[in-house]
Design a protein around this ligand. Structure first.
Ligand SMILES: NC(=O)c1ccc[n+]([C@@H]2O[C@H](COP(=O)([O-])OP(=O)(O)OC[C@H]3O[C@@H](n4cnc5c(N)ncnc54)[C@H](O)[C@@H]3O)[C@@H](O)[C@H]2O)c1
Length: 314
């Protein structure tokens, strides 16, 4: 326990000598947007009046990586970041990318951006670190955005019977893999003094348990992701690096198709568990990724953003 001034209780102040990393205070940013822009425009007729909100979402000239980017949510995220102007690298397991990925590369090229594929395994610390170092080296050491979306669901089995090797595999990808990815990206950002954005894909299953689904390792791994984001946000805040988690609800991808293709009635059941009465579509996470990755969210760190159709409010 660190020493405190005074006796005890929440009101006691930490003695700065006991704090290993006292928080360095940073000036509040001032920007000529919104009301500030309106006031400037009123007093200075030469002030250019134009919308700024889309500029705030721009990632022009930035480098972004997305793990699990060969398909599903990860590929959608990769396209969003490319639409924002970033040069995007997707990292995933297969040696060669999927046909969806190839279509995305051509689409992104026509948009004037770039999307590339790198094969790597996020649960191998040295391997994913080497992949991220190589991407940084190709870009003068720069990585601005990291989305850690690689994940697996594991099998469905009762907690009393859940096999150890499968529990470990889920943790290896969802928990270790997310940590190793974020760690490698953060290292590059720190070295280059880049106030980057790291987004860890958790799940509503990190905050609530999916009714009727026996996925205890998956749920545990996603709680860990939320806590990794908070912990890294605390350590990296002074470097200006933001770390948040994004927790989607039910969305049809290859991952959920593993359940829905075998038990189609589950879609209706899952839909009935949120007030919107439907599951989500992959594209419905575009806005939140664009927001978290960009300067539109500069005061957001250590947050878990739930996008679930309201699943968790019941
Ligand atoms: N689909 C949903 O309803 C939903 C809901 C909440 C959270 N999520 C999370 O979103 C993320 C993306 O899931 P998705 O639904 O797109 O699933 P998906 O199965 O379509 O995509 C996951 C991707 O991760 C890759 N991957 C798996 N292990 C890897 C490893 N060791 N190294 C590198 N890549 C690896 C897979 O090859 C795949 O391309 C996951 O973290 C998942 O837990 C999904």
């Amino acid at each position: 326990m660190p020493a405190v001034n005074g006796t005890s209780g929440n009101s006691a102040k930490l003695s700065t000598s006991a704090v290993r990393s006292p928080v360095k205070l940073v000036p509040v940013p001032v920007k000529d947007v919104g009301v500030n822009a309106a006031l400037k425009a009123q007093s200075d007729p030469s002030f250019e009046v134009k919308p700024h909100i889309f500029e705030e979402f721009a990632l022009t000239g930035q480098v972004a990586i997305v793990t699990g980017g060969n398909g599903g949510l990860g590929l959608e995220f990769a396209i969003v970041l490319a639409e924002q102007g970033a040069k995007v690298y997707a990292i995933d397991l297969p040696a060669t990318p999927s046909s969806d990925f190839v279509a995305a590369v051509n689409y992104v090229k026509r948009l004037g951006s770039s999307l590339q594929y790198r094969s790597s395994n996020v649960s191998k610390q040295e391997m994913v670190n080497a992949t991220i170092c190589e991407i940084a080296a190709e870009n003068d050491g720069k990585i601005h955005v990291c989305v850690a979306a690689a994940g697996i669901l594991g099998i469905e089995a009762e907690c009393t019977d859940y096999p150890a090797n499968m529990f470990e595999k889920v943790m290896d990808v969802n928990c270790n893999g997310v940590f190793f990815t974020a760690q490698a990206a953060a290292k590059q950002m720190k070295q280059q003094d880049i106030a980057g954005s790291i987004i860890l894909i958790a799940s509503m299953s990190g905050s609530v348990t999916n009714r009727e689904m026996n996925w205890s390792p998956y749920n545990a791994s996603k709680s860990a992701v939320i806590q990794i984001a908070r912990s890294m946000a605390c350590e990296l805040g002074q470097a200006g690096i933001r770390v948040n988690s994004l927790s989607p609800g039910h969305i049809r991808t290859k991952m959920t198709a593993a359940v829905l293709d075998i038990q189609p009635e589950m879609e209706e059941f899952w839909a009935s568990l949120n007030p919107l009465g439907r599951i989500g579509a992959v594209h419905e996470l575009r806005g939140v990724i664009a927001w978290l990755a960009s300067d539109a969210s500069t005061f957001c760190t250590g947050s878990d953003i739930l996008v679930t159709g309201g699943h968790t409010i019941w």
